[in-house]
Structure formats: C-alpha cells, structure tokens
Design a protein around this ligand. Structure first.
Ligand SMILES: C[S@@+](CC[C@H](N)C(=O)[O-])C[C@H]1O[C@@H](n2cnc3c(N)ncnc32)[C@H](O)[C@@H]1O
Length: 421
C-alpha cells in the first residue's frame, strides 16, 4: 500500500479508485463507508465527479500508520462485514456515536428521556429511536439479527440472600431488562457500561449477581475492566466499568482496547489541535452565582479550595472544612495543561466545580461536549440544563470508538472462522 505520509504530497481530492488503492479496501467497501458516514465522498468542484477529500482519507489512515510507530498504540480495525448494534439506555448517544465511528451500525436505540431521544433523532434521523421505558419493549423480532447489544443500565442492588442469583431474582431492576433483551435478541456479544462504583456496590454482590445471571442466560463474562478515558484519546479523567459477555458457543477471545500513551489535556479539548481541527465553537452555558464567582476568582488554574485564604476556606466549605479528606473537586479550576476532572450532569454543583482556566465560569455546553469528545456538529436538545445532563451522562465518544474497534476485531474473527452468515 502506498504511504500518503511518506509521499509527503497528495492531490487535494482522490478518485474512488485512488482512495480504494490507498486504503486497501474494495470500491464496494468504500461506497458502503460513504453511505454509513465512515468516509464520505464529495463532489469535486470543477468536474463534479464524486471524489474523496485528501484530509478525510489521511484521518482514516492515520491509525493504520500509527500502529507501526514504536511508542504509538492503535486499536483501529476496519469491519469486514456490516455489524449491527442494539443500544439500550442510549442517552444522548455518546456510546452510539463512538460505535458508529468504529464502523458499527446502530439498528435501534431505546431511551426513556424525551430530550435525549430528541437529540438522537435530530442528529440521526435514520436511527430507529424507541422512546419509553425499556420494560415496555419486546425485541424478539430482532432475534439473531443483531451482533451486539449494549447498555449503560443504571446500577441497582438486587434483594437476594446468599444463593447464586438467577434472572428471575433480578426482576424489577434495569439490569434484568438488559439481560431479558439479550435473551430476546441472542447477540454474539453484549456490553454493559457502568460507573466504577459497581465494583463495590453492595460489597461486590451486585456485580457478582450480574455475572451469574449472564452465565445463566448463556454468556461468559470476561474479566471486568475499568477503562480510564484519559488513556483512550479523551481529555478527561473519567472512568467507565465495562462488562463484556460472549455467547457461550463462541470460542474467540475478546481483547480490551490497548491504552494509548499520549494523554490529551484541556487545551487539546478546546483549541485547534490533534483532537479537533478548530477552536471550540461559542455556545450557551451556566453561570456561577455571584458569591461563588467571587470565591473562584481567587483560585488559580489547577487550584482548589486549599488555595483560598483560610477564612474564605472555612466560610466556603462550611461543615466540610472540619471533616478532613481531600475534596479536591471543591472550588476547582482546571488548568490548560491537564485533562479535565470528570464532568457531572450539572456544571455548577458545589462538590464538583470545574471552572474554566481563564474565565471564572463553568464550561459552556460546547466545551462540555468537547471534553466528552462529541463532534461539534452533534447537537443537543432541550434547555441548557438538559443539555449538560445528557453530556454529563455520556460515555466519552472516543473511548466508545476504541471499545468499538475491539468489538469489530472480535466479530471479524468470529465471522471469518465460523461464517455464520
Ligand atoms: C448513563 S446514561 C447512558 C449514557 C449513554 N450510554 C451515552 O453514552 O450517552 C443512562 C440512561 O438510561 C436512561 N434510562 C433510565 N431508566 C430507563 C428506562 N427504564 N428505560 C429506558 N431508559 C432508561 C436514562 O434516561 C439515561 O439516559
């Protein structure tokens, strides 16, 4: 394959044949990628032929070449077939967009929140968005038609005592609904995402219960991992617990995405650079009340409440001042050269302030979205508060994309060995 980086020069546009040769994929695959938005063709301004932009091809090829560099990591894997995802608890689509960026196709998404559903419909009118409580949907018509079921089910304790947990014991929880849908659809692989807290929830019993239920319904759970988003091209110290179930008739190893060495920071999120090709667009955002603004004005970038004069520390922290503990999220101002702390569903909460480095204000909606690696053209529906909530709830898009590559790798192997289609 010709290396566009070594050649150092490429025309601004490439024909279908040239792009196919460079990428090493058939024209048919490229046409499919065009339809799926993986690599879009455009009209060449003079001839009006359908061509590919050089920059778009380079962006697609970059991970392939990075694989050859010694201290770079790439998890990139192109899908050999069209793989389909059913996404439960879809929120505003962080996980879904990342899966799409990895080349997977969303066949349906379920979500109860009307604003999150509007976000999904607004951005992807072709996606089948099923609005409402997951309990009210039967997915049996998708039996054996979907490769992957994903879901960030909210964490709830099971009320069982001492015995091995079965599916029926979990009735009434949202994990039960996840497992029920998995049995209805029978995918090759199912993926649950959750907060790290699930590890210790009810002394680990909740997670153990989930693993034993997945076992009962025919899925082996591979060792659970907590992925640090910051190691997966996300400028934020967020963590996500990933639960992967592989259908028991499939004997193929699932490999988690390898962590990257490069760590991105707030500057990478908000300014033009490797992650985004422009500065963050302007948008609405929340404001601090005057008292909080006056306090945060005194905190330097990367600082927090301990950087305040002691009398103000005491006044601002109230009772918490005497409780000890770090509370490093209180009165916190993020610095340009560090990743953001985990974003929450509301940007001005007392325990979790993440003040802009130069201005005394919370991050705007678009800054929030950038820190979660949503593309700038992904719009959010609802009030500003609703938009923050949807973004704060999401799996960072780049982390989801890296996880998507692992799923693609797994399914490529599965289909090449067992040819189920
Ligand atoms: C952690 S968020 C999921 C975030 C999403 N994976 C993303 O990356 O953007 C969990 C979602 O589950 C939804 N949810 C909660 N209970 C539900 C139910 N009974 N039926 C359907 N969705 C539900 C919430 O509205 C919320 O959007």
């Amino acid at each position: 394959m010709c290396n566009v980086y070594q050649d150092g020069y490429m025309k601004e546009y490439l024909s279908l044949s040239e792009a196919s040769e460079l990428i090493g994929k058939s024209k048919e695959t490229l046409r499919r990628w065009d339809k799926e938005g993986i690599l879009n063709a455009v009209r060449e301004p003079v001839s009006n032929y359908r061509v590919y932009r050089k920059d778009d091809v380079q962006t697609l090829l970059k991970p392939l070449f990075e694989e050859n560099l010694e201290d770079e990591v790439s998890n990139y894997e192109a899908p050999d077939n069209e793989y389909s995802v059913l996404e439960l608890f879809a929120g505003a689509g962080g996980l879904a967009v990342g899966m799409e960026k990895a080349g997977l196709k969303c066949v349906a998404l379920n979500e109860i929140d009307k604003w999150a559903c509007q976000t999904l419909r607004k951005n992807r009118p072709n996606w089948k968005v099923l609005e409402g409580d997951v309990k009210n949907f039967d997915f049996s018509e998708l039996y054996n038609k979907v490769d992957i079921v994903t879901g960030g089910f909210p964490c709830q304790a099971f009320s069982y005592a001492g015995k091995k947990l079965g599916l029926k014991d979990a009735r009434g929880t949202l994990f039960y609904e996840f497992a029920r849908v998995v049995t209805e659809v029978n995918p090759s692989i199912c993926i649950g995402e959750n907060v790290r807290g699930l590890l210790s929830h009810d002394n680990g019993n909740t997670l153990q219960g989930m693993i034993s239920i997945l076992d009962e319904i025919g899925y082996n759970v591979i060792p659970v991992q907590v992925l640090k988003a910051v190691q997966y091209r996300v400028p934020q110290k967020r963590e996500r617990l990933i639960l992967v179930g592989i259908r028991k008739d499939i004997d193929i190893e699932f490999e988690y995405p390898k962590p990257h060495k490069k760590i991105y920071n707030l500057k990478d999120a908000l300014k033009k650079g490797e992650l985004f090709n422009s500065d963050v667009p302007e948008s609405s955002g929340a404001k601090y009340p005057e008292y909080k603004k006056n306090v945060l004005d005194l905190v330097p970038p990367k600082g927090y409440w301990r950087d305040l004069p002691v009398d103000i520390q005491k006044e601002y922290m109230g009772g918490s001042y005497f409780l000890g503990g770090g509370k490093t999220g209180m009165a916190r101002r993020i610095g340009w050269d560090e990743p953001s702390l985990t974003l929450t569903c509301s940007p001005a909460q007392k325990q979790t302030e993440r003040c802009h480095p130069d201005e005394t204000r919370p991050f705007t909606v678009r800054e929030y979205a950038r820190i979660q690696t949503f593309p700038d053209d992904w719009e959010f529906a609802g009030s500003v508060a609703q938009q923050y909530k949807q973004i704060g709830n999401a799996v960072p898009v780049n982390l989801a994309q890296e996880l998507g590559f692992s799923i693609v790798k797994f399914l490529n192997q599965y289909y090449s060995l067992s040819k189920p289609r």
